[in-house]
Write a new protein. Structure first.
Length: 119
């Protein structure tokens, strides 16, 4: 009788999940570095674009590898950032609000990117 789940596939998926999990520290470091470069001022479009790329990558892959909330929150921030990139110039108050949300996200990722709940 055939099994519904191929054990070899499950093993490969578990290895990919572990690899993704191990890469989160480097992803977090990249996000923190970009955040530090921003300070509280509106960065150049290239800095915002780099944040967009990182968040978009996380949003597209995190849920697949067992980090659904991480991916959902990255997507939420990425979508807001993308809209800001499209509406230049960005109001300072809107940028400050986005940065505050991003700071919450960074702290949450640093604490437990696999947590089922988000602040």
């Amino acid at each position: 009788m055939a099994t519904l789940a191929d054990p070899a596939f499950q093993a490969r998926l578990a290895a990919l999940n572990a690899k993704f999990g191990a890469s989160i520290a480097a992803t977090l470091a990249s996000m923190q570095a970009e955040r530090a470069l921003c300070g509280n001022a509106l960065p150049a479009a290239s800095g915002m674009q780099q944040l967009h790329v990182i968040l978009h990558t996380v949003a597209g892959s995190a849920a697949t590898f067992g980090f659904p909330v991480f991916g959902q929150q990255a997507r939420r921030l990425d979508n807001a950032l993308r809209l800001m990139l499209e509406q230049r110039p960005i109001p300072a108050q809107q940028w400050a609000a986005w940065l505050a949300e991003f700071d919450v996200f960074l702290a949450w990722v640093a604490a437990d990117p696999q947590a089922a709940t988000y602040p």
